[in-house]
Design a protein around this ligand. Sequence first.
Ligand SMILES: CC(C)(O)[C@@H](O)C(=O)O
Ligand SMILES: [Mg+2]
Length: 553
Amino acid sequence: MRSDNAKAGMQQAPARSLFRALGLTDEELERPLIGIVSSYNEIVPGHMNLDKIVDAVKQGVAMAGGVPIVFPAIAVCDGIAMGHVGMKYSLVTRDLIADSTECMAMAHQFDALVMVPNCDKNVPGLLMAAARLNIPTVFVSGGPMLAGHVKGRKRSLSSMFEAVGSYAAGTMTEEDVKEYECKVCPTCGSCSGMYTANSMNCLTEVLGMGLRGNGTIPAVYSERLVLAKHAGMAVMDMLKKNIRPRDIMTEQAFRNALTMDMALGCSTNSMLHLPAIAHEAGVELNVDIANEISAKTPNLCHLAPAGPTYMEDLNEAGGIYAVMKEISKLGLLNLDCMTVTGKTVGENIKNAVNHNPEVIRTIDNPYSRTGGIAVLRGNLAPDSCVVKRSAVVPEMLVHEGPARVFDCEDDAIVAIKSGKIVAGDVVVIRYEGPKGGPGMREMLNPTSAIAGMGLGSSVALITDGRFSGASRGASIGHVCPEAAAGGPIGLVEEGDMIAIDINANTITLKVSDEELARRRANWTPKKKEVTGYLKRYAQLVTSADKGAVLQGN
Ligand SMILES: CC(C)(O)[C@@H](O)C(=O)O
Ligand SMILES: [Mg+2]
């Protein structure tokens, strides 16, 4: 046992005295130590129930003969951090979560781990840690929130943010906004659309690191407690069979994850996190594979913000396994990949049934023949940028318009809300990248203001920052290289024409090479005064197309 490094033999008697101080018995000192990484806290609604999940995991571990020991991971609520300086401190926690989990697992020599994440950065952060540590690990998340109901219709956080835009446009009253505020987030859990948290929890299931239902069983269902007990038992089984994260998170498993990302219409943040997790697993995942995979993968789900269905509907329709079963009919999944069940993907999904072909479209009747995400390139983004194509209205798939340039998100929001952005405009928000922000802010406020003000069919937004899974419209993010690293997005001037062709995967700044060279000769990227962790982060972080991993990892 790995934990014997800490607890066996004469030399470790002092450590055993400390284990006894924890209340461990002789019998427990003989058994495997299972670390349970709890992302529980009292500020994230998606995490406020994790204490119950953790308790259930503990029971599962103990039932199967292990000794469960809980330790924490920090967690940020992106919804609360949105639209102010707080959002600079969100993505940066992903790497802190990975690093701190590594430290705890190594320092105490746990034999295996159960990861209990839920919201946006905890899922990739803990998957990165699992890949790095490579000891048997199972994931069980806190589960999605139920949808809210406003005037009899299901609603969620994306419509809440857009309600603020509608208020600015004068089409909603303060009372209307208050009704949304009181009703869109009715329970604990990760907000109920295919936003980033749910995207990553679903992809954990696809990768094979979580059990069936990990992505979709609602947070308030007792079935989630059953799932958590099973996760505790499953990790003990993995330990016996010595199945490790890198046996599961192989190149083929990441291809499966990208394929299902396209079928499900996941958050664009998946294009940042999947390469980062793969990197930790020793797999290099180039974002360009996304287009190759997207070209052959139909988009079968339109959950919020792309359409009016929610995680609870996907769960009742058969969940992730049912979508995988549909996609496997096209031969697009590798069915031999190993999973935490000790069985292959093919064995896991064999009996899955699609109970609702409206929520999970069949392969003969997809929402689109190609996948939910597109990677674009061109002289404005030589190293790529990303858009959630499934949430773009058809009339914006090809668009050309004048640039309206802002050097931070806050200035853009003021301009949009005060009516200075008009139909046809292409809003450019720069110096918001991983280095430039620093922290690559997620910009749900400007995209929701555009949608809520009725400009979603005529205005595009381009940034070296990123978007929420709740953002819709022609919202093109992760522009690489970013402005702070000398990317051409920093050379754009007010009124320059920008041509976007999502069908052709291109983005073009219609300014000649000579003119761009002239501008570059007179330009040095803006520098911001930053302190503390953000200062260190800005020095170490790589570009978004590399998953914004930290140098040296
Ligand atoms: C607040 C949200 C919806 O979680 C957002 O942060 C996302 O990335 O989807
Ligand atoms: Mg987010």
